[in-house]
Write a protein that binds this ligand. Structure first.
Ligand SMILES: O=C(O)C(=O)C[C@]1(C(=O)O)C=C[C@@H](O)C=C1
Length: 447
């Protein structure tokens, strides 16, 4: 039987972040080990069995990262060493441990040179809760210091936050049991909807089990000692750049805007590359983590800037009626023009069910419908998928009746989840009601 060698972990600019590539596992032959499988086995083992990786002091799969850039880098060094087999690899060579995720043998077990016979299910296989430890593993997009990491911590206090390079990676990590939950942004009060996640929600069969609303408070940060006059560019997530556009222009900076996959990644880039002409827009925590100095605090165009995140799970929760619930659905219209939409919306209006959100996305399987076929099909209608959030629990008869009616008018209807509303009281900003105060406070901080 061939000995299984540890594989290097993926190297990206943000070491330790799950990448989309690292999750794609090719089809499994019956006997031959494959690099991707060995990597996945190694990755799964990192998460489940290796105290030096998953324990305290290592931030690879954790929300809790040491306070400084040095902590983060030493973590990366440990991980690279583990990847190269420099740390504790006797364990791998002599006695390969079957990779197990939540009580299931992972696909990596198929690499062993033995015939795999089906084994009977045990009670442990049926348990929906994690079997690997007490902490829930929550996938988010970005690197430590990203707002999404904070949202994961708000949604699941004490969780292990797993950084992922793309939204798609976070969906996959959950689907492949590498994570137990995912927390992903869907809309921002200034920037609007995060369309990519709406499309991904439709493509994956996961369930919304909750929501969190996170106040987003942006800082402009640069290397210590860099002055505002030296800046020629500002790096950040496009949403963050959009949320600060007016303020940035008002600050009189002559800077280009450069998009990054996440705000904390932009801060890390400024720090790691010693960029003295660049600033990043990110959280105060990112400034602290990557050793940057805050030049201006609270630069979002609206002091009560907030991003709404959804919490995803492989299993739905059972809807209840003892507290306010929201239900999210997606449907395709099945008829001409806007009358279908009118009928669908009236199903909710007649039952006094409030809608909290409506979003339309191109119907990817049928983006355009030709009408007027008799005349050679001149007129084209764009076809859409509609996403609607309404304020009721699926356990309520009025919600069930409304959906029954919606089904009559639509060709496709899916419930994405019925989940408790985030009812956390809104923290009132000290200068909430006075935009002028906000502006003057800003300029004094940024001097
Ligand atoms: O870049 C980050 O820090 C993120 O968590 C992503 C994200 C987003 O996708 O909207 C989340 C919250 C803020 O609205 C800005 C960016």
């Amino acid at each position: 039987m061939a000995a299984i060698q540890p594989l290097p972990l993926p190297t990206t600019s943000s070491l330790g972040t799950l990448t989309h590539q690292s999750l794609s596992v090719p089809p499994i032959p019956r006997r031959l080990p494959q690099p991707a499988l060995r990597f996945r086995r190694h990755l799964v083992e990192c998460i489940t069995h290796r105290p030096e990786i998953s324990g305290a002091g290592c931030s690879f799969f954790h929300g809790a990262v040491g306070p400084s850039l040095a902590d983060w880098k030493s973590t990366c060094a440990i991980l690279s060493a583990v990847g190269r087999g420099e740390v504790d690899n006797h364990h791998h060579e002599a006695n390969p441990v079957p990779a197990v995720v939540n009580g299931h043998e992972s696909a990596a077990a198929a690499t062993l040179d033995v015939v795999q016979l089906p084994r009977p299910l045990t009670i442990a296989d049926l348990a929906p809760t994690p079997m690997h430890g007490s902490r829930l593993r929550v996938a988010y997009q970005g690197v430590p210091g990203a707002y999404s990491e904070a949202a994961a911590g708000k949604a699941y206090p004490e969780c292990e936050a797993i950084p992922c390079d793309q939204f798609e990676t976070a969906f996959q990590a959950l689907q492949l049991w590498i994570a137990d939950r995912a927390v992903l942004p869907v809309e921002n009060s200034l920037g609007g909807s995060i369309h990519r996640n709406y499309d991904l929600l439709l493509r994956h069969h996961l369930h919304i089990v909750g929501e969190v609303q996170l106040p987003v408070h942006h800082c402009l940060m640069a290397l210590p000692g860099v002055r505002r006059e030296c800046l020629t560019r500002v790096l950040s997530h496009p949403q963050a750049l959009a949320q600060c556009e007016l303020t940035l222009s008002g600050m009189g900076l002559n800077v280009s805007r450069e998009a990054f996959p996440d705000t904390a990644g932009a801060a890390e880039c400024v720090a790691a590359n010693g960029l003295r002409d660049a600033a990043a827009i990110a959280s105060a925590r990112a400034a602290e983590l990557y050793g940057l100095e805050v030049l201006a605090d609270g630069i979002q165009d609206d002091p009560s800037n907030v991003t709404r995140f959804v919490m995803l799970s492989r299993e739905p929760i059972i809807p209840r009626t003892d507290r306010p619930f929201k239900t999210s659905i997606v449907f395709a219209q099945d008829g001409e023009g806007t009358s279908v939409l009118f009928k669908v919306l009236s199903a909710f209006a007649f039952r006094n069910i409030s809608l909290t959100k409506i979003e339309s996305r191109p119907h990817r399987n049928r983006p355009i419908r030709i009408v007027d076929e008799a005349d050679g099909g001149t007129a084209k209608h764009f076809d859409y998928m509609f996403y609607v959030d309404f304020q009721a629990s699926l356990a309520e008869a009025r919600a069930q009746n409304a959906l029954g009616e919606v089904q009559e008018f639509t060709s496709f209807l899916r419930v994405l989840g019925s989940y408790p509303m985030d009812m956390t009281p809104w923290p009132r900003a000290h200068n909430d009601d006075d935009g002028a105060d906000h502006a003057s406070n800003l300029s004094s901080q940024s001097r």
